[in-house]
Design a protein around this ligand. Structure first.
Ligand code: ADP
Length: 276
């Protein structure tokens, strides 16, 4: 029978390539001749497909204005495709780097733009948290920017279906070490509070216009620094001490000492009210 998450190949028209990532090529497309979509063609052998198809049913139910909408999957032919909301300006990381000049001006306008990005991501994450859904790979590269600067969180929960030890094991070369808290580095213990740590790093990425966290340090050196209780420095300029305090709260050693996303949202809002 027809399933709500299943997208017919006949309704899908593939257009230009948008980029490529861990799972394969992403192309612009039209669905039903009118809806702009992004189509992720899953490279064969990179995903445990049966489990992922099950999961996609859950993922299509997660809907929020700051989450990239998953329309469904097209599984009639290989490769299977993920069909998602089209985000005109691509990844937040490339957006930050492309607009670095404008976004590193020292001005209240720039601060406002950056805090707005932080608030939008937080809002999407608070929704995931309230549904007990763990992202596991929150970072600027996994957020997307749409028209009028809307920022949305993408790729939530996907890493669980990746078949690649280099990516999924904390010792692997592709593991996002720089976004991982101590309990993930030592025990692979993911939770909404490990997402909160990653969120603090993402705030730092936004304030530095997309710098690589811990810069030139090797992964091993980063792990050593975290072990010794060192953290990232306050970004310059445009990051107030209050916003840096918030990042640092996300980097508390013990997960239970980090704020929840609901709490972070409240803090960001109260800081905004003070700005006016
Ligand atoms: P992967 O998850 O396989 O690593 P990504 O999700 O990072 O792949 O996608 C690779 C690139 O494709 C992104 O950097 C972005 O430029 C583009 N892209 C991905 N999803 C979308 C989307 N929904 N809308 C527009 N562009 C997208």
């Amino acid at each position: 029978g027809s399933k709500s998450w299943e997208i017919k190949a006949s309704e899908l028209q593939l257009l230009e390539e948008l980029g490529s990532g861990q799972f394969g090529v992403v192309r612009h497309g039209k669905w039903k001749g009118r809806i702009d979509v992004a189509v992720k063609l899953m490279k064969e052998g990179t995903m445990s497909e049966r489990d992922f198809i099950e999961e996609a049913k859950v993922m299509t139910q997660l809907q929020h204005s700051n989450l990239v909408k998953l329309y469904g999957l097209c599984i009639e032919h290989r490769p299977i495709c993920i069909v998602a909301e089209f985000m005109k300006h691509g990844s937040l990381l490339s957006f930050l780097r492309k607009n670095e000049q404008k976004l590193s001006e020292e001005s209240t306008k720039v601060v406002y733009i950056k805090l707005n990005m932080c608030r939008q991501v937080c809002s999407g994450m608070a929704y995931l948290e309230s549904h007990n859904y763990i992202h596991r790979d929150l970072a600027a590269r996994n957020c997307l920017v749409g028209s009028s600067g809307t920022v949305k969180v993408a790729d939530f929960g996907l890493t669980r279906y990746v078949i690649d030890d280099e990516y999924t094991s904390s010792g692997g070369t592709k593991f996002p070490i720089r976004w991982a808290p101590p309990e993930v580095l030592w025990y692979t213990r993911f939770s909404s509070k490990s997402d909160v740590w990653a969120y603090g790093i993402l705030m730092w990425e936004i304030f530095t216009c997309g710098k690589l966290p811990y810069g030139k340090l090797s992964n091993a050196e980063v792990v050593e620094r975290i072990r010794n209780g060192h953290r990232l420095d306050r970004p310059k300029p445009n990051c107030s001490i209050e916003h840096f305090n918030l990042m640092q709260a996300c980097w508390q050693e013990a997960p239970e000492n980090r704020p929840s996303f609901i709490r972070i949202e409240a803090i960001l809002n109260s800081l905004r009210d003070r700005e006016i």
